[in-house]
Structures are given as C-alpha cells and as structure tokens.
Design a protein around this ligand. Structure first.
Ligand code: PBG
Length: 326
C-alpha cells in the first residue's frame, strides 16, 4: 500500500508554550474601551435590567467608577449622557452645562489619565428619540448636521479627547471636522461610527440610554444588514471627510465587514461590541449554559482577528480582570 502523505498541523499545537509561540492575535487591555451611561438625576446607581453588571450612574458615582477602570488598567471610556429633559431639537445635547458635558469635565478634572471619548448623537436628547431633527415625519439631514456639530464643539470644550459621532446623518464627519477646526480644536480626532447597521442588537442600550424612537425606526439612516458594498462606500466617504478612526457596529454578526474595512482603509478600526451581544452572553452565562470567561475572551479575540484594533465593550472590566489573571 502506498504511504499516506499529509501535513502535520498538530506539531504547532502540542503544548501551551508551543501554542503561545505561534499565536497570531493578542487581546490587550490597551484595546478596551468601556462605555458609561451618566444620569442627570442625583445620587442614583441603577443596574440596567437587560444588562446585568452595567450601571447608569449619576455624577456623584462617576469618579469612583472611573478610578475602578484606571485600577484595572483600562485607558479609555466612551461617555453617553442620559438627560432629564428632552425636547424636539435635542437641546440638552449641546448645552454647555448638559449632563454629558459635565460628566466629561468631571472625568478630565478628577481622573485625567483616562482618554475620554464623547458619543455624539441626538437620540438620547430628543423627545421623539431619533438621531436628528424631524421634519414632516422625516429625519432632516442637513439641519441635523448643525446641531450635531454644535454638540461636538461643546463636548470638545468640556475636555473630550475624541469625538465619536454615531448619528448616521450624511456628511457628519465633514461637518464636525470643520466645526472643530473653526472652534480651535483641530487636534481633536473624530472616531466615526462609519458603518452602523439598523440592528436588533441595540435593544438593551435603548433601555439604558432611554433612546428608543417614539415612532418608526432608524432604517432611513442606519444601514441595511444585508449590505456589504454600502459599508465600503460609507467608510470611504468618512475617510475622505477626515475621520481618524472607523467604527463598525455591531460586531459579532459583522466580522466580515470588519475585515473588509480593515483591508481597504489605513485607519485604526474599532469594533463596537453592542448591548444585545452583551445581554445574550450574560443571560446564557447566568443560566449556566456557557462558560462566560472563555466565551467573552474568545469573541473579543475574534474581533481582533477580524481586524479590529480597539473594542468598545461592556465586558471591558471583566476582560481586563481576566487578562491580568492569565
Ligand atoms: C446612539 C447609539 C446607539 C448605540 C450607540 N450609540 C443606539 C442606536 O443607534 O439605537 C448602541 C450601542 C449598543 O447597543 O450597545 N445613536
């Protein structure tokens, strides 16, 4: 009988040390960005029911939360404001004394080593819950750009290190870049939610940020999950308009898109591991159906393998702890 010929791939998997030698992807604490919801109410720390372990905090709890991040070795935070007052035009989003502006100022004063990323959107601040202003039942693109730009400038004034617009209006990067430059913030980078799908995975976030649209949905501005080429067009225009980072969101169901964006553009790529992705793992883990630590580290590593340089994740604190243990 002729001798079998085949490759012995298992040679490189024989021991822990051998596997470490040939490991291609490494998850680092430096990669992690923690999202925080800051409430305008006084003296509250609420666990989000659909996101066990994630809290909305008022300003008096914010500094201790931020110190916890620093102690865990996490360097960046993305801040979402949850205002008390909402109106048609989302005025609290660009109020210099608004909740997100106060939160940013407080973090920069009390925990200056943290990099503060400001989420720039109107949906938590509008009474209708849409990411722009509504005219005749439609989300008015160009009019919304002015308000979003004002929001970004007040966030930069408050001390934000990075502006992260998530509203999906056309031209938001161009408008914000120009606004920041004219206001004297040409050194502040824009981390664009370049590729953001109209996804069912945002459900728990909308509870946490009180940003569920009061009519309709976001499909006229967020992307159709069926589309790939459109993602490339979205990323391309943001690069041309001056984005410094590109976000792909959500992450797990869109790893193919991440790889494609990474291969085509020379900018740092950010994966947004969204609320629904968090809630599903938490629920399964609480039932004892999956090994939480193993599954979280596996999926965060998969995002890096797909091309992400950074990951916005509600698991950031857990992941930082687990990475210290290993
Ligand atoms: C606001 C915004 C959303 C998320 C981040 N910024 C929600 C949305 O578009 O409805 C979702 C984050 C998550 O689900 O974790 N525009």
């Amino acid at each position: 009988m002729k001798e079998l010929e085949f490759k012995r791939h298992r040679r490189l998997r024989s021991t822990d040390n051998m596997r470490a030698l040939v490991r291609e992807t490494h998850l680092l604490k430096d990669d992690l960005i923690f999202p925080i919801f800051v409430l305008e109410e006084n003296d509250v720390k609420n666990e989000v029911p659909s996101m066990p372990g994630v809290y909305q905090v008022s300003l008096n709890y914010l500094t201790e939360e931020m110190n916890e991040l620093v102690n865990l070795g996490i360097k960046s935070v993305i801040v979402f404001g949850v205002p008390q007052e909402k109106d048609e035009a989302g005025s609290e989003a660009y109020n210099e004394e608004g909740i997100v502006q106060r939160a940013i100022r407080q973090i920069k004063e009390e925990v200056p080593s943290l990099t503060v990323i400001a989420d720039t959107c109107l949906c938590q601040y509008t009474d209708h819950g849409h990411c722009g202003v509504v005219r005749n039942g439609d989300i008015a693109n160009d009019e919304s750009l002015e308000l979003i730009t004002k929001t970004a400038i007040t966030q930069a004034q408050a001390g934000a290190d990075i502006i992260a617009p998530s509203n999906m209006m056309d031209g938001f990067v161009a408008a914000i870049r120009q606004g920041l430059d004219e206001a004297g913030y040409s050194q502040i980078p824009v981390m664009s939610y370049a590729v953001k799908y109209a996804s069912a995975f945002y459900g728990p976030f909308r509870d946490a940020a009180h940003s569920t649209p009061q009519f309709g949905d976001r499909k006229a501005y967020q992307m159709d999950p069926a589309n790939r080429l459109e993602a490339i067009r979205e990323a391309e225009s943001d690069v041309e308009e001056g984005a410094d980072f590109l976000i792909v969101k959500p992450s797990l169901a869109y790893l193919d898109i991440m790889r494609e964006v990474k291969d085509r553009f020379r900018l740092p790529l950010v994966a947004y591991n969204v609320s629904g992705e968090y809630a599903m793992i938490k629920a399964a883990a609480q039932n004892g159906w999956v090994d939480e630590k193993a599954i979280v580290l596996e999926k965060l590593t998969a995002m890096k393998r797909a091309g992400a340089d950074l990951i916005i994740t509600y698991f950031a604190k857990d992941a930082a702890k687990w990475l210290s243990e290993s």
